[in-house]
Design a protein around this ligand. Sequence first.
Ligand SMILES: N[C@@H](CCC(=O)N[C@@H](CS)C(=O)NCC(=O)O)C(=O)O
Length: 207
Amino acid sequence: MKLIYSPTSPYARKTRIVSRLQSLDNQITEVAMCPFNDKDTLSKTNPLGKLPALVISDNQVLYDSNVICDYLDEIGSQPSLWPHHEIRGTESNQFWKVRTLVEMANGIMDAAFALVMEKKRSDNEQSASWIQNYTNGIMRATVAANTEVDFFVNKTRMDNIALGCALGYLDFRLSELDWRKDNEKLAEWYMEFASQQVMLVTAPPQA
Ligand SMILES: N[C@@H](CCC(=O)N[C@@H](CS)C(=O)NCC(=O)O)C(=O)O
């Protein structure tokens, strides 16, 4: 299999973490591309021109990151990174809560990526209201994640993998947002989570 990724993409990082946790990394060749400079090549694999994309055979490609993570989780040899089927739909609704937290993390990535792109535009093209809207969304979501730490602490699960990637991206591209401020519990959790080998080897390059 071939995984098209970028070392700076938080979406791709999720898939690279899942491939390692599912002991599939030795079956996957990682090919780095830039979603902008390599748009033509990337678009031949994913018509949306986005990464990550996973080529699983001569005529099948998987995207987006959620699909790739689920696929790798299913074919991998390690325990699933999702709560087990038998506890789906129990009183705690654990499965649905984990899925919602994953989407919270994906939403942080979406807003952060859009914000980074917006800030790259020339001053007279930038929209102050969109910048504020993306920033507010990110800040509200990190505050919400801070209240959920007890739920995902000490787990190796899709929700905290996705949150770890989202927070890593904030540190990498938007450190000025200072998401740790008023989110002490989340910051403490992240410090430990980010020190795991799988997080270290998939971390974005130093700016
Ligand atoms: N929902 C997609 C988002 C992927 C995405 O936006 N990737 C960025 C790189 S971090 C990209 O390729 N952007 C190129 C573009 O928007 O043209 C996923 O989860 O895979």
